[in-house]
Ligand binder design. Structure first.
Ligand code: ADP
Length: 492
């Protein structure tokens, strides 16, 4: 749906949220609408259109038409549009942050931090747009000249999750637009408002209608329309491994380029020689950001036996200090989980661990605030076969596992189908290199729990996905390489 319609201001209670945007095509009256909730209160924030295959096809046509002109602009012109978009995102940092807290639940400070982080992808790719270099290859015959051109792949379908309502969009749309692609974005049904606000700002930045399109509603129908359309040449997705596999299979029908950023099962390895404070703070940040709802969140904390008791004690004390509440509350650092299903999943994982011998050091139950709040939890005596070690808990639960040797830690860390982020805490330089190289992961944090940045490549190995986002490598996902052979150069 081209977002060329009327900007609306969403009011929630007395809070003016944002000049958000609803698609308004003259010919289009949505048959259904869908409620967007505040996970902290259950309050209905807004009703948005519930779209499906037909609307997605319209959006693809609009992106396809816009591709003709957008891809032909000079890199400098595209760069200017992106830069303006970045400026507008930053100018609306506070309102966007409020919108994220409202529909996603993360604490306001973290939400505003996401706007900063998300906007930086647009700034970075505004700069990178000017550096899509080709190559000249030394020819094998004297009368030939061989060139490599890099060209935009075409219309890209971007399917994004609810845990970073802005950043997962900008991380895809930034490089796509920089390369000359146009996009159809499908945000999560839980967090469409931030996507609509960002798209509205793209329009205000002078990025032409049709370049950034947003469809939201029935996920399988929208997904099918994107997958089956021969006009969509690329699918870029962040979300669950199960849906990622479906999209990869579906993209095979029209042989689209695919990049997938899927689930993780991040190990956070604390060696005996680590600095205790650094390890506690790093593990805390890696585990509890966004209440544990990120794919790079530490899922298993592996602690060497010599430091285990000390670490468990200091870590539990630090976790106890995390203030839980509505993301708008003063000093709150842990918001609610996104929905009831997420809460029940956390409960199931904790029950499974406890039934198999894990000990609850802290938390271990729903929070007295009700709704989808869960107490920040630390479990000890966790074993590799427990659910909480095998799968992503996606909640505020830190399972501690004990290991004896470096080899054992590496084996435990790699004993999973996932391979997104891993963290190690050690003061031994040789060990840093040895372990970083041995870990089957796309990202490794050493003595640091927050490592994502727009300038570095983000992505997984094994079943955590394909391709990289962010950095100069993020551009490759939206480019085709064309070889041109110029023959008969010596003809007079
Ligand atoms: P999560 O468990 O984090 O919600 P999902 O993989 O279910 O992860 O969702 C991530 C995104 O994928 C969301 O925008 C969701 O609507 C979308 N999605 C879910 N199922 C499908 C599908 N069959 N086709 C296309 N998109 C889908």
């Amino acid at each position: 749906m081209t977002l060329s319609g009327v900007a609306r201001v969403a009011f929630v209670g007395s809070r003016r949220i944002f000049a958000s945007h609803l698609p308004s095509m003259q010919s289009y009256t949505p048959a259904f609408s869908r409620q967007v909730h505040n996970p902290a209160t259950g309050e209905v924030i807004a009703n948005v259109s519930c779209m499906g295959g037909k609307e997605t096809k319209d959006a693809i046509s609009s992106a396809f038409d816009a591709f003709n002109s957008w891809s032909k602009l000079t890199a400098a012109e595209r760069s200017k549009g992106l830069r303006k978009w970045y400026d507008l995102l930053m100018a609306h940092k506070e309102e966007l942050g409020q919108l994220i807290t409202l529909e996603q639940g993360k604490p306001l400070k973290e939400a505003v931090g996401e706007v900063d982080y998300g906007a930086k992808f647009i700034e970075f790719y505004a700069e990178e747009a000017k550096r899509v270099y080709g190559e000249i290859i030394p020819a094998t015959l004297p009368d030939r000249r061989l060139f490599v051109l890099k060209q935009p792949v075409g219309v890209a379908g971007a399917i994004t999750p609810w845990n970073f309502p802005l950043a997962m969009i900008t991380r895809k749309v930034g490089p796509a637009l920089a390369c000359g692609c146009t996009v159809v974005v499908k945000p999560s049904e839980f967090t469409p408002l931030t996507a609509l606000a960002a798209a509205e700002l793209a329009l205000q930045a002078g990025i032409p209608p049709g370049v950034v399109n947003v469809v939201m509603g029935n996920a399988p129908d929208i997904g099918d329309a994107l997958l089956t359309s021969p006009q969509v040449r690329k699918i870029t997705f962040t979300g669950s491994t199960a849906v990622g596999k479906k999209l990869m299979a579906g993209a095979a029908g029209t042989v689209k380029k695919v990049s997938l950023e899927l689930g993780g099962n991040a190990p956070c390895i604390v060696f005996d020689d680590a600095d205790l404070n650094v390890a506690v703070n790093g593990a805390l940040a890696a585990k509890f950001r966004n209440s544990g709802q990120t794919c790079v969140c530490a899922n298993r904390v592996l602690v060497q036996e010599g430091i285990y008791e000390k670490f468990a004690d200091a870590f539990s004390k630090a976790v106890k200090n995390l203030k839980v509440g509505d993301g708008f509350g003063e000093g709150v650092v842990q918001g609610p989980l996104i929905n009831k299903a997420a809460l029940e999943k956390v409960e199931t994982f904790v029950e499974d661990a406890v039934s198999k011998g894990a000990k609850v050091l802290l938390g271990g139950r729903r929070h007295s605030l009700g709704m989808t709040f869960y107490e920040p939890t630390v479990l000890s005596n966790v074993k590799s076969e427990m659910l909480v070690s095998r799968e992503e808990v996606f909640g505020p639960v830190a399972p501690l596992l004990c290991f004896k040797t470096e080899e054992e830690a590496i084996h435990m860390a790699n004993d999973t189908n996932a391979g997104l982020a891993a963290y190690i805490f050690t003061n031994n330089l040789q060990r840093t290199w040895r372990v970083s190289e041995a870990l089957e992961y796309g990202l490794v944090g050493v003595n640091e729990g927050l490592i994502s940045t727009e300038v570095a490549p983000f992505g997984g190995v094994k079943q955590s996905g394909l391709g990289r986002e962010g950095s100069k490598y993020g551009m490759d996902e939206f480019l085709e390489i064309k070889y041109v052979c110029l023959g008969d150069m010596n003809r007079k």
